[in-house]
Ligand binder design. Structure first.
Ligand code: F3S
Length: 284
């Protein structure tokens, strides 16, 4: 049995940067460090941060003393302002690619465009994007939803950084019929595109795909969808303990990929456990 890890898998630039910023802040013994919500969508890596003294809060109101970290997904500007109003030092770990999407939405709003966001409703990045349009943005997660939007004169489309390019093409196509002028910003990040392409290529030549990453991670969910769409049996796990030996039955070539918020140590543990299971003689 051969086990191959996708060429582009695991931590992306934005997640590495966020973790480095927090690690540096946590070295300062003179103040506590709080993240607003989970810094990244990986419960195991979050537990490691907590072990280093980094605490997680849901709202700025819970903090009276200490530094506040804005997550890689970005936040509503009102939340950042609330932290500053309380006199709390703010460590902005928002990924620069998310910030680029913020800038496009602000520009569209200023120029009188109706803003449409292709993204997962309820996801923190999408909430932060929508806030940049003063709460007036419409969020769609499919071409069917885009088709139901009312006709507009001027419409601007911005995309959650972890969406599929194919979904962007479909939504942009439907939206073009729902307005007189359409401006499209492809804000899907390079790391997402590379991870998705690598996952698809590997899934196409594998008998089984294992996707490693947090269940609350949008980009990991996309990788799982992409691998499953190739017809290859696909399973998502957060840790090596979740691997089921039954999945390996009959598999000769095994592919492993991981979301942008999945640390290398978890991927290594999964690969190691897969090797053990293969060595234990899972019937081929
Ligand atoms: Fe940034 Fe893309 Fe990662 S938006 S946080 S580099 S998945």
């Amino acid at each position: 049995m051969e086990i191959i890890v996708a060429e582009n898998a695991g931590f992306c630039f934005g997640v590495k940067r966020a973790l480095e910023l927090v690690a540096r802040a946590a070295e300062d013994p003179s103040r506590l460090v709080y993240t607003l919500g989970a810094l990244i969508h990986n419960p195991q890596e979050i537990a490691r941060l907590e072990a280093r003294g980094v605490r997680q809060v849901d709202t700025v109101d819970e903090v009276s003393d200490g530094a506040i970290v804005l997550s890689a997904h970005g936040v509503d500007p009102a939340v950042e302002q609330a932290a500053r109003d309380r006199g709390l030092p703010v460590i902005d770990a928002t990924c620069p690619f998310v910030k680029r999407a913020h800038g496009h939405i602000e520009e569209l709003s200023r120029e009188g465009y109706s803003v449409v966001i292709l993204g997962d409703p309820g996801h923190r990045e999408v909430a932060g994007l929508a806030a940049r349009a003063g709460g007036k943005a419409e969020i769609v997660s499919s071409a069917e939803e885009a088709e139901r939007l009312p006709f507009r004169e001027k419409c601007g489309l911005v995309v959650q950084t972890t969406q599929r390019p194919a979904a962007l093409r479909e939504v942009a196509g439907r939206l073009a019929e729902r307005c007189r002028e359409l401006r499209v910003y492809n804000t899907i990040c390079e790391a997402t595109v590379k991870r998705q392409e690598s996952a698809r290529e590997l899934a196409e030549k594998s008998d089984l795909m294992i996707v490693v990453g947090g269940r609350n991670s949008a980009n990991t969910k996309r990788l799982e969808e992409i691998c499953a769409a190739t017809g290859t049996p696909t399973h998502q796990v957060e840790t090596a303990e979740e691997l089921d030996p039954e999945w390996l039955h009959g598999a000769q070539q095994l592919g492993v990929t991981a979301g942008a918020s999945t640390p290398a140590w978890i991927v290594e543990e999964v690969v190691e456990r897969l090797r053990e299971l293969a060595g234990e003689g899972v019937p081929a």
